[in-house]
Design a protein around this ligand. Structure first.
Ligand code: SF4
Length: 243
């Protein structure tokens, strides 16, 4: 699966202008997890990440190219949770190196499954509200969690461990941004592009109409290497099967 490689490279290139803190990666995370969504009232919140009309985004990309996501990593651009004193901008980006499935339908399903993993990650005192509509992610962090020492090392490792429960995932890079960097607008555009690629992938796997001139996804196929080829391949294999 190489369709997201361009976005992954662009993301890494864009962030290379800044120096992240590299947080420790480990398996045994010592933090209470909730089974269902926890409600943190504003009076109990220390601050909100990505709330109050501050910049906010999240997106995930998968690749089978190990060189793009060579190992598990947690990168933090900006202040950690124990340093933040007021509402702040927030970005969370997940890059995953996955096994090659050699089956595009299965790959698409795996991508959607991995996208939904985030809804099962509910650390105590860290209330996530994600919108698939506009790619925002807001997090309300409780005063109690801050008092108990919550930080992005813990949250990042929770994500990595949960994602790696899926045998498909070989390595995961979790990027947190809490600084209102000037590049937020571009990262937002990448988040929308990731969504457009996934939607186009769904289309090419299910739609047998191959008329690029009238297709409203043409701009994506023009830009994303391998997408057009995949549509041709899908139609060819369906025709072969029919005959
Ligand atoms: S290959 Fe052509 S028809 Fe298929 S999604 Fe891309 S632009 Fe549309």
């Amino acid at each position: 699966m190489e369709l997201y490689n361009g976005i992954i490279s662009d993301t890494l290139e864009l962030l290379s202008a800044y120096t992240p803190k590299k947080l420790r990666v480990y398996e045994n995370v010592n933090w209470e997890m909730c089974l269902s969504n926890e409600l943190i009232l504003s009076k109990d919140a220390a601050f909100e990440l990505g709330g109050n009309r501050l910049p906010s985004l999240n997106y995930s990309c998968v690749t089978t190219s190990k060189c793009l996501v060579p190992k598990d990593e947690i990168l933090l651009y900006g202040a950690d949770l124990n340093e933040i004193k007021k509402d702040t901008a927030f970005g969370r980006i997940v890059l995953l190196n996955i096994n090659d499935l050699n089956d595009d339908d299965r790959a698409y399903k795996a991508i959607k499954d991995l996208e939904y993993v985030k809804y099962n990650i509910i650390p105590k005192g860290y209330m996530i509200r994600a919108s698939s509509f506009d790619k925002r992610e807001q997090v309300r962090v409780s005063k109690e969690a801050v008092r108990k020492g919550i930080n992005f090392e813990t949250i990042g490792n929770v994500y990595i461990n949960k994602l790696k429960e899926d045998e498909l995932v070989k390595s995961a890079c979790i990027i947190f941004i809490t600084e209102n960097i000037p590049k937020f607008k571009e990262l937002n555009a990448y988040a929308n592009k990731v969504d457009a690629i996934t939607q186009t992938l769904n289309h090419v796997l299910n739609n047998m109409n191959l008329d690029c001139q009238s297709c409203n996804l043409k701009s994506i196929c023009d830009e994303v290497e391998g997408m057009r080829k995949l549509h041709f391949k899908t139609i060819e294999s369906v025709n072969r099967y029919d005959n």
